[in-house]
Design a binder for this molecule. Structure first.
Ligand code: NDP
Length: 480
């Protein structure tokens, strides 16, 4: 079969202007960290330093929570329709500055520009539009209940969808009348800081949104602050548990969106070519840095060989490389630490006896990269079948009956998402009833919509984001 080289199609970075140094965004102003401590944030595809970012210490966190507390009085008291106007303005400016946000997201996080441009940024704006719509309609969202904001929310987000996670957290919180202090992940703070300039542009009242950058210690100081009403966290199960322990027994409301080890289940009657696309999207989207990634493929034994043949062929067409190139499918791994974690879990798969297949591709010399990888001959006890790898690594298991598929899919401490591929509607419903997962996709995978709630069971956390459910996590609902 003839093959053609693609001409390079790099997105220009001219549109983005990155400051050399970023302060903290507190009380509507850019302030120096009292610690006078900065850390460098890099482009993981090139290891080039992009900027120096403040490391907020306890005093800075104190200032930010104070700022949010002070702003809460006015923000919660303004007419809900006016709150909506601010959110609509934010959403519109995000659309206007979409290219800038997408390029910066890709530079700082390593994800392909195709994804930041077509998924992350539009979805983030859509969340602000969606929750803007609810801001003055809370009595319709929760009929017969009185809805009041909780107060000050501390929000800690991870590095895999920096701007989108910001939107998932901030949009419902503000729509409900809360004020927030957000801590982005250490490796990907830049779009949150750029987004703070959007808050300035729309003249959001000072202190309604505060952004403190830093590493885990900053997050720990924030979630332990005594003057909070709500903590919302997305990240690892380990840190989620730590936060839950730290605030146990206090009045603070908590939602946790943690890890996952989703099963993507393909039955013999599925449209196999479509299923292959769904499997690829399920695990290789965003280099597999996705909490709801379909990292375990469960395929019915009768079609396993055919499906795997198609999957390997498809893997050969995935293009790994410059994330800013519009033809790129697989970008860079987010950090060296994450690359090391992926490598060590992949080594464990080989050591435990699974068969590894890697797509033939050349890895760039600079930056952090890992080729799309598929393990067959995986048993349920292997670490690669139980632990979250958070990288482009798929573990394949087989099943014979629907019940066996359910048993294997549910055999995990997690319960975030699952996928079912079959042409039978009745089987989809039968499976969805039995899968212990917060989201079940049918004949598709990794689909998100602001109107649709997302969240987990078991060690994947609790609480929902998106839809009216996401709003209720930021409200005190009482009898009128
Ligand atoms: P973490 O859970 O450590 O990070 C998530 C966020 O929490 C980051 O902003 C982090 O800051 C912050 N944080 C870290 N420690 C604390 C703490 N003690 N108290 C409060 N906040 C804290 O995830 P990692 O980045 O270390 O990734 C590790 C693994 O977690 C991944 O390999 C993956 O398996 C899983 N993960 C799951 C995600 C999901 O969406 N469910 C998202 C990210 C990771 P900082 O980054 O600055 O250290």
């Amino acid at each position: 079969m003839p093959t053609w080289d693609y001409a390079p199609a790099p997105e220009s970075t001219d549109i983005v202007s990155i400051r050399d140094t970023y302060g903290l965004f507190i009380g509507g102003e850019w302030v120096e960290p009292t610690s006078k401590h900065y850390s460098k944030t890099i482009n993981p595809a090139t290891e080039e330093v992009l900027a120096a970012v403040s490391v907020a210490g306890e005093q800075d966190v104190e200032r930010a929570v104070e700022g949010a507390r002070k702003a809460f009085g006015t923000w919660s008291a303004i007419r809900p329709a006016d709150r909506a106007k601010y959110l609509f303005r934010i959403a519109r400016v995000m659309q206007e500055r979409a290219r800038e946000l997408a390029v910066l997201e890709t530079m700082n996080g390593g994800k392909p520009i195709r994804e930041s441009r077509d998924v992350d940024v539009p979805l983030a704006a859509a969340h602000f539009f969606y929750y803007a719509g609810w801001a003055d309609k809370l009595e319709y969202a929760f009929p017969g209940r009185r809805a009041e904001p909780l107060g000050v929310a501390a929000q800690v987000i991870p590095w895999n969808f920096p701007l989108l996670m910001l939107a998932w957290k901030i949009a419902p919180a503000l729509a409900a009348g809360n004020t927030v202090v957000l801590k982005p992940a250490e490796t990907t703070p830049l779009t949150a800081l750029m987004w703070a300039t959007i808050c300035e542009e729309v003249e959001l009242p000072p202190g309604v949104v505060n952004i403190v950058t830093g590493a885990g210690a900053t997050g720990a100081a924030l979630v332990r602050h005594p003057d909070l009403d709500k903590v919302a966290f997305t990240g690892s199960t380990e840190v989620g548990k730590e936060i839950q322990r730290a605030i146990a027994g206090t009045k603070v409301h908590l939602t946790l969106e943690l890890g996952g080890k989703a099963a993507n289940i393909v039955f013999e009657d599925a449209a196999l070519d479509q299923a292959v696309e769904g499997v690829v999207n399920g695990i290789f989207f965003n280099q597999g840095h996705v909490c709801c990634a379909g990292s375990r493929l469960l395929v019915q034994e009768s079609v396993a060989e055919r499906l795997l043949g198609k999957l390997k062929r498809r893997l050969g067409t995935l293009r790994l490389g410059d994330p800013l190139d519009k033809n790129t499918d697989i970008g860079a791994i987010n950090s060296r630490a994450q690359l090391d974690k992926i490598k060590s879990l992949v080594d464990s798969g080989v050591d435990e006896g699974a068969d590894m297949y890697q797509a033939p591709c050349e890895l760039p010399a600079q930056g952090f990269w890992f080729p799309p990888t598929v393990f067959t001959g995986v048993s349920q006890s292997h670490r690669i079948a139980t632990e979250e790898i958070f990288g482009p690594v798929l573990s394949v298991l087989t099943f014979r009956t629907p019940q066996e598929a359910i048993d294997k899919a549910n055999n995990t401490p997690y319960g975030l998402s699952a996928g079912v591929w079959t042409e039978k509607g009745s089987r989809i419903l039968w499976m969805a009833d039995r899968l212990r997962a917060g989201v079940v996709w049918a004949n598709t995978f990794n689909r998100f919509d602001p109107a649709s709630a997302f969240g987990g069971y078991k060690e994947s956390g609790f609480g929902r984001e998106g839809g009216p459910q996401g709003l209720s996590s930021y409200l005190r609902l009482t009898e009128p």
